[in-house]
Design a protein around this ligand. Structure first.
Ligand code: AGP
Length: 615
C-alpha cells in the first residue's frame, strides 16, 4: 500500500507532487508528506496526519518550492498514523526517502544503525532505509551507488524514491515487489506508484522491472537491472485521459463506477465475442511464445487464487466451471494458498484474479506456483501490473481505473472474463457452440438489465434507511448467488462498518439461525435457478423465528406467501447463469446507500486501501 510520487524538473514540482498524491490517495490515507529541495539547497519537509487535504492546507501556510522532490501518502504498517511516522523520512537533513512496501529485516538493520550512532525519530520500517543509504553515502559519496548497496541489504518489498541535498538534479528510484512507474516529460521526469498519478503531466510511461534502479536527472535517464547492467525499458503511451480518474457528475467514485458497469460490460466483450463465437485470442499469447489455444488445450483442471472481492468472483467461477464446462475447479484465498503445502494436479491452469494486479498475497502465490507450472492466467484490470507481466496468459477486464476502495465494476467485469474462460475450456470438453452463443448473447443483454436496476435506486435507498442504526446483518444465497451474498456482506462491512456475515442459505439451520431475532435483518437473494423453492423455505424459517428479511428476487418469483416481514425488491428476469452478475448491482447500491446515510467515507473507508501491496 502507500503511494509515492517524485519529480525532477526545471519548474516548481510542489503542485505536481500534491496532485500526484491526491490521485494516489486510494492507496492509503493515514498521513501524507512532501519534501522538496529549494534553491538554497535546503530540504523543506511538511508532513500531516490524515488525508492529502490536511497536507495541502498546511502548504497554503507554508509554501515550499523546488525543482526536485518526493511525496508520500501512507497506509500505516509499522507505527501508528502520526506526523513522526509520516514519510518522507530523512537522515541528517541530507537524504530523503519515500517508500512503499515493507522492509522485513528492519529490526536487525535498526540495531546495527543504532550501534553506528544513527538516531531514530519514527517507529517505521522505512527509517532504516534512509539511514542505510546515508551509511553507504559516507563510503561512496554517490547517491546511485549508495542506494544500490542499501537495497542489497533489504529483505521484503520496496518501491523507493530517494533524493539528496548534495545532488540537486538527481532522483534515484528503485523497486522490488512494489509497483513503480517513471513518467517521461520534456526535460523532466517523474516517478509514481501508478501512471494515473502523473496523467496531468505526461502520458508516456516506463514500467520498472523487479530490481531495476533508475538514475534520473532532468536531461538523462539511465536504468540498471538487478545485475547492474544498463537496460532499455520501453516507453509506453497511456490511453488514459487525466479525467478518467475524476468523479464527473457523481458524488462518489463508487457511485460513478457502479453506473459505469453497463458500458464496461459492453467493452469487455468488444472484439472477443464475434459472430456468435468467443475468440481464444482474448487470452493473449504465452510469455514463452506458446499460443493461448495450445495452452488452453492442455488444461484439465483449474485452481483459482485471489483475495477479497476478486476471490468472490473466483467462487462464482467455480460453480460455472464445474456446471457449465465440466472441469474440476478449486478456489482459495491467496494469503492461505501461498503458505500452504498444496498438491497441484497435472495440467492445472492456475488463475489469479485481481483488479490491481499488485495485491501482495496474490502475486506471492503466483510466484510460488510458477516454480511448479507455467500454466498461469491472470484475470486483471491493469495491463501493466506485475500479475499480468508475470503470468503466461492474461485476460484483461477493461473496466478502466477503479478508484473507490469498494470494488464494483472490477467485480462484474471479472465475472464476464471468467465466463469467457468457462466458454473457452467448455468448448474443449464438448460444450455446445449454441450454448456458448446463447450465454454470451444473454451477457450482451445484461447492460440493459443493469440500467433497469439502476432506475430502482430510490427504492434501494429507502430500504437502506432501515439499516442505519443497526450493527449486524446476515446475507444468504444459494448456488452462484452464495458468493454474491458474500460479496454483499463484504461491501456492507467495508463501507458502512456494519458487521455482516454471509451464509449459504441451507447452512443457517446448522448454527447461525440461533442469532435470528427482530433486530438482526437478513438480506436474501433469489433468482430462478432451481434453488428458489429451497431459499424460500429458508426465508420462511427465518420469518417463523421473528426475523425480518429483505429479499432481492427475480421478478418471476412468487413471493405472495412470504408475509409482511419479508420486504421484496424485484430484480429484472435474468437467465440463472448470468444472475450473479445482475444481482451484484443491487448489493452494491444497497451498501452504498447505507454508507451514505451513515455518513462514512464511502470512497476511502477507514483502515483500508485500494491496492493491498503488503502482506
Ligand atoms: C473489495 O471491495 C476490496 N476493497 C478488496 O477486497 C479487494 O477486492 C482485494 O483487496 C483484492 O484486490 P485486487 O482485486 O486488486 O487483488
Amino acid at each position: 500500500m502507500c503511494g509515492i510520487v517524485g519529480a525532477v524538473a526545471e519548474r516548481n514540482v510542489t503542485p505536481i507532487l500534491l496532485e500526484g498524491l491526491r490521485r494516489l490517495e486510494y492507496r492509503g490515507y493515514d498521513s501524507a508528506g512532501i519534501a522538496v529541495l529549494d534553491q538554497d539547497e535546503c530540504i523543506n519537509r511538511v508532513r500531516r496526519v490524515g488525508k492529502v487535504k490536511e497536507l495541502s492546507d498546511a502548504l497554503q501556510q507554508n509554501d515550499i518550492r523546488g525543482v526536485l522532490g518526493v511525496a508520500h501518502t501512507r497506509w500505516a504498517t509499522h507505527g501508528e498514523p502520526s506526523e513522526k511516522n509520516a514519510h518522507p523520512h530523512m537522515c541528517n537533513k541530507s537524504v530523503v526517502i519515500v517508500h512503499n512496501g515493507i522492509i522485513e529485516n528492519h529490526s536487525v538493520l535498526r540495531e546495527q544503525q543504532i550501534n553506528e550512532g544513527f538516531e531514530f525519530t519514527s517507529q517505521t520500517d522505512t527509517e532504516v532505509a534512509v539511514h542505510q543509504v546515508e551509511h553507504y553515502l559516507k563510503i561512496e559519496d554517490d547517491l546511485l551507488k549508495a542506494v544500490r548497496l542499501a537495497v542489497a541489504d533489504f529483505e521484503g518489498a520496496y518501491a523507493l524514491g530517494v533524493i539528496s541535498k548534495k545532488e540537486n538534479n538527481r532522483l534515484v528510484a528503485t523497486r522490488r515487489g512494489s509497483p513503480l512507474v517513471i513518467g517521461v516529460g520534456i526535460g523532466e521526469y517523474f516517478i509514481a506508484s501508478d501512471a494515473a498519478a502523473l496523467l496531468p503531466v505526461t502520458r508516456r510511461f516506463i514500467y520498472l522491472e523487479e530490481g531495476d534502479i533508475a538514475d534520473i536527472r532532468t536531461n538523462a535517464l539511465t536504468i540498471y537491472n538487478d545485475k547492474g547492467d544498463i537496460v532499455e525499458r520501453e516507453i509506453k503511451e497511456s490511453e488514459l485521459s487525466a479525467d478518467a480518474t475524476s468523479k464527473g457528475e457523481y458524488r462518489h467514485f463508487m457511485l460513478k463506477e457502479i453506473h459505469e458497469q453497463p458500458s464496461c460490460l459492453i467493452d469487455i466483450l468488444e472484439g472477443r465475442f464475434v459472430n456468435g463465437q468467443l475468440l481464444d485470442s482474448a487470452f493473449g499469447i504465452g510469455i514463452d511464445g506458446r499460443s493461448a489455444v495450445e495452452i488452453l488445450d492442455q488444461v484439465k483442471a483449474v485452481q483459482i487464487i485471489a483475495c477479497g472481492t476478486s476471490y468472490h468472483a473466483g467462487l462464482v467461477a467455480r460453480y460455472w466451471l464445474e456446471a457449465i464446462a465440466g472441469i474440476p475447479c478449486r478456489v482459495e484465498v491467496a494469503s492461505e494458498y501461498r503458505y500452504r503445502k498444496t498438491v497441484l494436479m497435472d495440467d492445472t491452469l492456475v488463475v489469479t484474479i485481481s483488479q490491481s494486479g499488485e495485491t501482495a498475497d496474490t502475486l506471492a502465490a503466483l510466484r510460488e506456483i510458477k516454480e511448479l507450472t507455467n500454466l498461469t492466467l491472470a484475470v486483471c484490470n491493469v495491463p501493466e501490473s506485475s500479475l499480468v507481466r508475470e503470468s503466461e496468459l492474461k485476460l484483461m477486464t477493461r473496466a478502466g481505473p477503479e478508484i473507490g476502495v469498494a470494488s464494483t465494476k472490477a467485480f462484474t467485469t471479472q465475472l464476464i472474463a471468467l465466463l469467457m474462460l468457462v466458454a473457452a475450456l467448455g468448448k474443449r470438453r464438448g460444450l455446445a457452440a449454441d450454448k456458448i452463443k446463447t450465454l454470451f448473447q444473454q451477457a450482451q443483454a445484461l447492460p440493459a438489465l443493469i440500467e433497469q436496476v439502476l432506475q430502482n435506486k430510490a427504492d434501494i435507498d429507502a430500504w437502506s434507511e432501515h439499516f442505519t442504526d443497526l450493527d449486524n446483518a446476515i446475507f444468504i444465497g444459494r448456488g452462484t448467488l452464495f458468493p454474491i451474498a458474500l460479496e454483499g456482506a463484504l461491501k456492507l462491512k467495508e463501507i458502512s462498518y456494519i458487521h455482516a456475515d454471509a451464509y449459504p442459505a441451507g447452512e443457517l439451520k446448522h448454527g447461525p439461525i440461533a442469532l435470528i431475532d427482530q433486530d438482526l435483518p437478513t438480506i436474501a437473494i433469489a433468482s430462478m435457478d432451481g434453488y428458489e423453492g429451497k431459499i424460500k423455505s429458508n426465508i420462511q424459517e427465518i420469518l417463523a423465528r421473528g426475523g425480518k428479511v429483505y429479499l432481492f428476487a427475480d421478478e418471476r418469483l412468487d413471493v405472495s406467501d412470504l408475509g409482511e416481514n419479508c420486504y421484496v425488491m424485484k430484480v429484472p428476469a435474468v437467465d440463472a447463469d448470468l444472475a450473479p452478475i445482475l444481482f451484484s448491482i443491487p448489493m452494491q447500491l444497497f451498501s452504498y446507500f447505507v454508507a451514505l446515510r451513515k455518513g462514512t467515507d464511502v470512497d476511502q473507508p477507514r483502515n483500508l486501501a485500494k491496492s493491498v501491496t503488503v502482506e
